[in-house]
Design a protein around this ligand. Structure first.
Ligand code: DC
Length: 223
């Protein structure tokens, strides 16, 4: 079987990973996999079933009986939970915290990591997440760690919400971002951290175009 090319983009919430990963995938003709969407989908189902974010036999049963599938339409990734398209639902604010809570559980991670590795083995893929370069694909061909100050990340999230006609409470968003960073960085199993061989890009003062151009030059070998 032909070896596929794998690109890992990790980093904290709101650093722009998915925007950048989508752009790179379109430029390179790769498949894009938003692994956070998978954690969000599982969290949505587990919470809906009344489960608390803790290991339990009920959670194991739920994980064994959950089908997550990914489809692509016009370059955008759609995620299906047991056959239903939950791409919009998983973006609701309350799901962010739930996803961070459930993603700390080893059983949840091992289930999703297995799917992520299988998908990345089939196509040239760009994956964005928290542990791609450190745990999911330690042998990825290119690894990036994308950061930005918490204040800038909160401001960008606010602008996104406003663009969608929604309310933005900057202080609450900033507070959520800082809490989620701490929780994702301090969990025991596969926490958010920069892989030693990842290239760190601080996008605090960079535009999306600049970040994409920088990554492309590394990938194409003209840096
Ligand atoms: O990227 P996101 O905000 O959609 O991710 C939601 C949560 O899922 C995030 O707080 C941590 C978790 N996550 C993870 O633990 N590992 C990943 N590879 C991707 C996301």
């Amino acid at each position: 079987m032909k070896k596929t090319v794998k690109i890992a983009i990790d980093g904290p919430s709101g650093a722009g990973k998915s925007t950048i990963a989508k752009r790179l995938a379109a430029e390179l003709g790769f498949v894009y996999l938003d692994t956070g969407a998978m954690y969000r989908a599982i969290a949505l189902k587990a919470d809906g079933a009344g489960l608390k974010p803790a290991e339990s036999p009920e959670l194991d049963v739920l994980l064994r009986n959950t089908e997550i599938s990914i489809k692509y339409a016009d370059g955008a990734m759609r995620i299906f939970l047991d056959g239903a398209d939950v791409s919009e639902k998983i973006r609701e604010h309350y799901v962010s915290k739930l996803a961070s809570d459930f993603s700390a559980l080893k059983s949840v991670r091992l289930t999703l990591v297995d799917m992520q590795r299988k998908l990345a083995g089939k196509h040239d893929t760009i994956l964005d997440g928290r542990d791609i370069g450190t745990f999911v694909l330690p042998d990825a061909d290119f690894k990036f760690y994308l950061t930005a100050s918490a204040e800038v990340r909160a401001m960008r999230r606010c602008l996104e919400l406003k663009a969608r006609g929604q309310e933005c409470e900057y202080d609450r968003i900033l507070d959520d971002i800082v809490r989620r960073d701490l929780q994702d960085m301090n969990r025991e199993f596969a926490p958010l951290k920069k892989a030693p061989d990842a290239l760190e890009i601080d996008s605090t003062e960079m535009t999306v175009d600049e970040v994409v151009a920088g990554m492309l030059s590394v990938i194409r070998g003209n840096n």
